[in-house]
Design a protein around this ligand. Structure first.
Ligand SMILES: *Cc1c(COP(=O)(O)O)cnc(C)c1O
Length: 374
């Protein structure tokens, strides 16, 4: 699904130089590259404040901590997401309230969010799944009028843009009170280990987030709040500065691959290509097709595997069916779209180093399967 070595090959020398310079400088914690990377990423995202941290899960934890919500406050989270979104909520003693997603974009269903808002709601976490923005326009209005915070889990859609009815455009992660992202190696902007960051438009909140990520300290050994030790390593920041320069190229490669898949796969029986929301760009962290059910999906997966083609299921089990979250008391059947999607979705290879010839082979095998040859 990924070929990081091939993806890094064109700029391997730049990575080596960054690595070596950081080792020589020996400022491994909060070295100059950390701030430089935060500034560069912030300006790339339309002048947002960027606070680096240790990983995308910590970013969610820090975002929630910064809201200073009462214990047990309800946090609305989509039922179809990576578990980290829920985990941060649960670990802080807040109450995850799950809502179903849309069958077309797989992003959170607005009517379900509206129905889930109560006087105890503290925040809504929107997840921009697979690289396309959730309905930020409606979410922003809904959260504003309900007096609850909007958090964007932007681990999968860094660089995607959303255009509002006014014509104003914003980057994913910079619309809500706080946005979070992950630099896990497999993400669109991945480092060579773990990393993450938070985004906000509010300088005071950025300062608070920075403090929370550094043991809650205002200066060394003076602690205002209970915080985390959650920092981006200088080494990772130095490598991310290199990779950020190459991100537009990688993003264009993903989008070109997605467009070719769209053209080749549209109309194949039993298979739906990813739905596009015209208000959002799509950065294709994953290219996810939808099959009619678990039988055909698993058969296609087996066929591709037999032909040497990797594919993946994000996610095979919805969060409310995970044993760890049984305590929330949800029943199977409560989130029918999320549950159905777990049996229908299949992610195809869409990484930037995938060649046209490799993709053509995938397309031929998909066509062969759809024609009954699987
Ligand atoms: C990857 C991911 C995370 C967690 O990021 P880590 O850096 O692995 O902690 C959170 N939410 C979503 C939607 C993700 O895809």
């Amino acid at each position: 699904m990924l070929d990081l070595a091939a993806e890094h090959a064109p700029y391997q020398a730049e990575l080596d130089t960054a690595w070596r310079a950081t080792v020589q400088e020996a400022a491994f914690i909060q070295g100059p590259a950390v701030r430089a990377f935060a500034t560069e990423l912030g300006s790339w995202l339309g002048d947002a404040h960027v606070v680096p941290c240790a990983n995308g899960t910590d970013a969610l934890t820090l975002a929630l901590l910064s809201l200073e919500l009462p214990p047990g406050a309800e946090i609305i989270v989509p039922a179809f997401t990576y578990v980290a979104t829920l985990e941060a909520v649960a670990l802080l003693g807040l109450r995850p309230v799950l809502v179903d997603v849309r069958p077309d974009t797989f992003n959170v269903d607005l009517a379900a969010v509206r129905a889930a808002i109560t006087p105890r709601t503290g925040a809504v976490i929107a997840v921009h799944l697979f690289g396309q923005c959730a309905d930020l326009e409606s979410l922003k209005i809904m959260c504003l009028s309900a007096g609850v915070f909007l958090i964007e889990d932007n681990a999968q859609a860094l660089g995607a843009t959303f255009t509002f009815a006014t014509g104003e455009m914003a980057y994913a992660g910079t619309v809500g009170e706080v946005g979070t992202t992950s630099f896990f190696p497999g993400k669109n902007l991945g480092c060579l280990g773990d990393g993450g960051a938070l985004f906000t438009r509010d300088a005071a909140r950025a300062a608070l987030l920075h403090q929370l990520a550094n043991h809650g300290q205002s200066q060394k050994y003076y602690h205002q709040r209970i915080g985390l030790n959650s920092r981006l390593d200088t080494l990772q920041a130095a490598l991310l500065r290199v990779k950020l320069r190459h991100l537009p190229t990688a993003q264009a490669a993903r989008q070109a691959l997605a467009a070719r898949y769209d053209a080749a796969l549209a109309g194949l029986p039993g298979l739906q290509i990813p739905a596009r929301d015209p208000r959002s760009s799509h950065v294709f962290h994953q290219y996810v097709i939808r099959m009619d059910g678990p039988g055909p999906r698993d058969a296609l997966r087996a066929h591709l595997k037999a032909k040497g083609i990797p594919s993946a299921v994000y996610y095979p089990l919805p969060v409310h069916a995970q044993p760890a979250y049984a305590y929330l008391g949800y029943q199977v059947g409560q989130f029918p779209v999320a549950e159905a999607l777990c049996g229908q979705v299949l992610a195809l290879p869409v990484h930037p180093a995938l060649t046209e010839a490799q993709q053509e082979y995938v397309v031929v095998q998909l066509g062969y399967f759809a024609a009954g040859g699987g």
